[in-house]
Design a protein around this ligand. Structure first.
Ligand SMILES: [Zn+2]
Length: 359
């Protein structure tokens, strides 16, 4: 058996090869959806890959998603590949299936960005585009959230404005202003997009192909970047007291509702959870984001803001490029054996509990 930390990839390309190799070694086929226009940081094509374990016509399923937020994919991809290497293919009980969706946002994964090729946050890209949510606090703070440069001076001026807001309204309100999502500033951060992105359409397609006939679904969407380094939170968007919340709590023990203010995440709009809930309407869905911590939130936001400036204003030959890319990779992926073992354990507990619940 390979040491846990070797399941985690160095980059998108290696992640994809390892995922496909592990699936094929387990006798599984892989469906690859090619991105029609974008290329990876290595100049090569980008794909969303899926493999399905178990009975095609199963009515009960587990869906495991990685790379919704691109650069967060190191974690989810490592989990998926490790699961395949360690015998996941034998674990689908009769009447159930397991769908692994690798790199929902392959562009962000390859380029070490949280967002996709449209500068859009895939986990804010499922709103009603005719009635887009507002984010007045983002509008108010926009000049400070969106950096004017990478210099120490530029950072200092902008951060003073954010600190003043945090002092007035609290740190969580500042976090909400920045990260709840916004639909007005395409060059800003946490932009939800102007239209259904490629990843949005492909998720819908995967759902149609693999999960349409399912009437009982458990879904885990792997994320990183919130919470203490190596700690985990199962975030549900369902409210305490609802059946979905009760199922999640029974399955995973400790769950936190972002809608009820229990979670490290503020309430969000246009999420993958909400999209799947719409497609599963009238059927049973238990959905959670498995969120594992990396760095302090402030450092994570700084990395995102600097990366956003870089992609709006510079090219890969810019002298600042390597350090900013390193910074954002580190903000979402703690590349140490200790961290990997810790997040691996959290993921295994979540997956084991989900498989026991659908058995
Ligand atoms: Zn995320």
């Amino acid at each position: 058996m390979t040491a846990i930390e070797h399941h985690f990839p160095h980059d998108y390309r290696q992640a994809r090869h390892a995922f496909i190799a592990a699936a094929e070694a387990a006798g599984l086929g892989v469906t690859s959806r090619l991105h029609p226009s974008e290329k990876g940081a290595d100049g090569k094509p980008l794909f969303l890959d899926t493999t399905t374990i178990g009975q095609r016509d199963a009515k009960t399923a587990l869906l495991l998603i990685s790379g919704t937020h691109g650069v967060e994919g190191y974690f989810g991809s490592g989990v998926q590949t490790g699961l395949l290497r360690e015998g996941l293919a034998e674990r689908a009980k009769k009447g159930t299936k397991i769908v692994l969706l690798h790199a929902l946002n392959p562009y962000g994964f390859s380029w070490d960005r949280r967002v996709n090729e449209d500068n859009a946050d895939v986990n804010r890209n499922f709103p009603d585009f005719k009635r887009l949510p507002k984010n007045d606090a983002y509008d108010e703070l926009r000049e400070a959230i969106e950096l004017h440069g990478l210099s120490r001076e530029a950072m200092k001026t902008a951060n003073a404005v954010l600190r003043a807001y945090s002092n007035r309204h609290g740190a969580f309100k500042l976090q909400e202003a920045i990260s709840a999502g916004q639909y007005k500033h395409p060059h800003g951060v946490y932009f939800g997009g102007e239209r259904e992105s490629w990843s949005h359409l492909m998720l819908k397609d995967v759902f149609h192909e693999e999960l349409k006939g399912v009437n009982r679904l458990v879904a885990i969407d792997c994320h990183t970047g919130l919470g203490e380094s190596g700690a985990a939170e199962m975030i549900t968007e369902d409210l305490p007291g609802s059946d979905a919340y009760k199922r999640a709590a029974a399955m995973w023990g400790n769950v936190q509702s972002s809608e009820a203010g229990e979670s490290l995440s503020p309430p969000l709009q246009g999420t993958v959870d909400q999209a799947v809930a719409k497609w599963m309407k009238g059927k049973e869905l238990t959905f959670a984001a498995l969120e594992v911590g990396t760095k302090p939130t402030r450092d994570v936001f700084t990395a995102i803001r600097r990366d956003n400036w870089l992609h709006q204003n510079a090219q890969p030959d810019d002298p600042d490029w390597p350090s900013v890319k390193r910074e954002i990779r580190d903000a979402f992926y703690v590349d140490t054996p200790e961290w990997k073992r810790s997040v691996w354990d959290h993921a295994m507990k979540a997956v084991d509990a989900a498989l026991a619940a659908i058995a």
